[in-house]
Write a protein that binds this ligand. Structure first.
Ligand code: HEC
Length: 705
């Protein structure tokens, strides 16, 4: 180490220890710094490290030759209101980590030591927690000009002082009378904070907005689906897309929420926005089964200064399966057929891996990266799917078993592109779903704790018995795919027994990092997929890791904490996940030997009262359960780990205790809302009968595994 660099290292250390001495420069992230992020590989300045969102780090001190010596440097418990899913990508600026836990809880941490510098709790109400489809999660903050920006679960955009965590401004980005939520990370481009929202399961209309980073004043809003034509269209673009809709879509919100991915190309000055599924999912109800329904399931390019529309590419016209295109987008220049093309890459839920021209939106290629049963393939010229007629469950008014299902062949978990190997690493999912339509004549949109998706809540596409459930569990898997975007096939694949695993990080050290649902944090050789290192984390991981450098030492950090869509909604398919009862930041470096405290597991007692209810009552209880409870306690009353498994609840034995929780809301603080608005005392008893039956089913299963 040269004298000068040692000196700089010391100076950095002094600044961290004496934060008051560098008041003017805390988190001084600028456009120039993010655009030139490769000049400071020790930092992780924006969500995907660079605006291109490649999630590849030039750091190489940790590599296949020494990764065996990687050990735990420090860990820090995230003490948000309760333990729920943790999905955030940390931002690392000049020795400080800014990250989030569940309930939009923000933390600033000294990156070298794990010392907490400040925390911020936006106080999300328990009632608001019920407005999200997929856990009270948050995917991280943005940092810019000395401020930390949080998209809070209840729809507020909040700017914090990076030094103290004190609130500087906050603004409401949604109509809180509707079921909007924010789970995505904001991005900052040229002084504007960009944020979308979620809620397409609950009947909202999607949009993305830009706010001035200094003042919080809204600069523009871009609607992704049309509203009611009677109210007038907000722009020529909205007028154009309205021509692709039919029926009375505005009654159902339309959907198209921008709940996760964005990317930015500073040379082209284009902001790319990933747009979600339709609301309702059911195309027949939503748009009378007609039209492409722009911009559902699309990538849309807009000008970041004005929100002006430039181009779009729709992956799934007339979306019918919850096939969002909100999945991670990567910008990279690829040599294709002898020509260097500026590309944008995406593996949306629909199962095809897309390579598009990011200047024009032109289709270059699209290839199935997992099992796809709803389409034969894509038109090689236009990229339009060649559908299989039998997959159109809503317009045929007939149940259909389809792959991928609503979890997608890939969900929000970030991919990574390594320029060294040329591969895109996809945290892929293999999980089918039985779509069963509700009768369009009886369907009505309801506000509150309802999924307005247009599916029959009980469904008949898949028989409901233990043998079928077992078969579903066995056929539902995860996969780590090293995808070659030029050869359009996997270079290698690793099978995961569980469908729900962590996001990815690749490094110039030739490594690929991923946490998984079984509670392991693993380093693979990026070129071959060979496992090189494996650390037991005591809990499932869904977030993506990052790497950074402080004082010449490389660190790898990941937020550990089980949760998100699969464990919340379909707990049974992640039955064997590591369900730790904590949320934690874990940081690793070479030669470190810190240890996690021993895992405390709470003993569960399965002791239901006798099952005496007649079959009709249990069937009615199931219908009520699927309508009101499954979105948190799991579709088959099997909890994925973050909310209580009702089959094991001691309150099952007492009709009164059960009623006071479910009807009167005695546990509302942590997200168990009162159902008195929707249910009567008799309904609550009927629900209890169904859960008692499910507890007895569980007893039987445990007796004959
Ligand atoms: C929006 C998410 C959500 C929905 C929907 C929901 N719950 Fe809950 N439920 C929770 C959470 C979170 C807890 C744990 C609360 C706590 O820890 O204080 C809980 C706890 C409970 C408990 C207490 C269990 C125990 O042993 O401590 C019961 C009983 C219960 N829920 C029943 C129901 C029923 C019945 C329904 C449907 C009518 C339902 N829940 C719908 C989130 C939900």
């Amino acid at each position: 180490m040269s004298r000068q660099s040692r000196y700089l290292g010391l100076a950095a250390l002094v600044m961290v220890l004496l934060p008051s001495a560098e008041a003017a420069v805390a988190a001084d992230v600028t456009a120039q710094r993010i655009v030139a992020a490769d000049k400071e590989p020790g930092n992780w300045l924006s969500h995907g490290r660079t605006y291109s969102e490649q999630r590849f780090s030039p750091l190489a001190k940790i590599n296949p030759a020494n990764v065996e010596q990687l050990g735990l440097a420090w860990w820090l418990d995230i003490k948000s209101r309760t333990t729920r899913g943790v999905e955030a990508t940390p931002i690392v600026v000049d020795g400080i980590i800014y990250t989030t836990g569940a309930w939009s809880h923000v933390l600033a941490i000294e990156a070298k030591t794990g010392k907490m510098l400040w925390e911020f709790d936006p106080q999300i109400s328990g009632e608001h927690a019920a407005k999200g489809c997929c856990d009270v999660v948050n995917r991280g903050v943005a940092v810019w000009g000395g401020k930390v920006f949080l998209g809070a679960f209840d729809g507020r955009l909040i700017a914090l002082d990076a030094k103290s965590g004190a609130k500087i401004w906050e603004t409401l980005t949604v109509d809180q009378s509707q079921d909007y939520t924010i789970t995505g990370a904001p991005r900052v481009v040229k002084g504007k904070v960009l944020i979308g929202n979620g809620g397409a399961e609950f009947g909202v209309r999607g949009y993305v907005s830009a706010y001035d980073a200094d003042t919080g004043k809204m600069a523009w809003r871009f609607y992704t689906v049309p509203g009611n034509p009677k109210d007038g269209f907000e722009s020529k673009t909205v007028e154009m897309i309205a021509k692709t809709w039919s029926g009375e879509w505005w009654k159902y919100g339309g959907g198209g929420t921008v709940w996760d991915s964005m990317a930015y190309d500073p040379d082209l000055d284009l902001l790319y926005v990933g747009v979600g599924n339709g609301s309702t999912w059911n195309y027949k109800i939503r748009s009378d089964g007609k039209g492409d329904n722009l911009f559902l399931s699309s990538i849309v390019a807009v000008r970041p200064d004005t929100g002006e529309y430039v181009w779009h590419f729709q992956t799934t016209p007339g979306e019918d399966w919850d096939y969002t295109a909100t999945q991670h987008m990567i910008l990279v220049d690829l040599m294709i057929d002898g020509r260097l093309r500026k590309c944008i890459l995406q593996a949306p839920k629909n199962g095809f891996f897309y390579v598009l021209d990011r200047e024009t939106g032109a289709f270059i290629s699209g290839t199935a990266y997992g099992t796809v049963t709803w389409a034969e393939g894509l038109d090689p010229k236009t990229g339009r799917p060649i559908e299989k007629a039998e997959a159109r469950w809503s317009t045929l008014n007939k149940p259909a078993l389809v792959l991928p299902g609503p979890l997608g062949a890939h969900n929000w978990q970030p991919m990574s592109y390594s320029p060294q190997t040329g591969y895109v690493y996809i945290p892929a999912i293999e999980a089918g779903f039985g779509y069963t339509p509700v009768d369009p004549k009886t369907f009505e949109r309801r506000l509150g704790i309802f999924w307005n998706i247009g599916l029959d809540p009980v469904g008949s596409a898949i028989p409901d018995d233990e043998a079928t459930r077992k078969a579903i569990r066995a056929s539902t898997k995860g996969r780590l795919v090293a995808w070659d975007p030029i050869a359009r096939k996997p270079a290698w694949t690793i099978e995961h027994p569980l469908p729900w695993n962590g996001g990815l990080l690749s490094t110039a050290g030739g490594l690929l990092f991923q946490g998984n649902g079984q509670g392991r944090f693993v380093a693979y050789e990026a070129a071959t997929g060979k496992t090189l290192w494996d650390f037991p984390t005591q809990t499932g991981i869904v977030a993506a890791p990052v790497t950074y450098e402080v004082d010449g030492e490389q660190y790898v950090t990941v937020n550990a904490g089980w949760g998100g869509a699969a464990p919340t909604v379909v707990g049974e398919i992640v039955l064997d996940a590591a369900k730790g009862t904590f949320n934690r930041v874990l940081t690793f470096k070479l030669g470190a030997k810190a240890e996690l405290p021993p895992l405390k597991t709470a003993a569960r007692v399965l002791d239901p009262p006798p099952a005496t209810a007649p079959a009709e009552k249990i069937a009615e209880g199931k219908r009520l359960y699927q309508t009101y409870c499954m979105m948190c306690h799991g579709d088959t009353a099997v909890s994925g780990g973050m909310v209580p498994d009702l089959r094991y609840s001691a309150t099952l034995a007492s009709a009164d205790a059960w009623k006071s929780i479910v009807l009167d809301g005695t546990m509302v603080k942590n997200g168990m809302i009162a159902f008195a608005r929707h249910l009567k005392a008799d309904d609550v008893e009927t629900l209890r009968a169904y859960i008692v039956q499910r507890a007895h089913d569980e007893k039987k299963r445990l007796a004959n595994p």
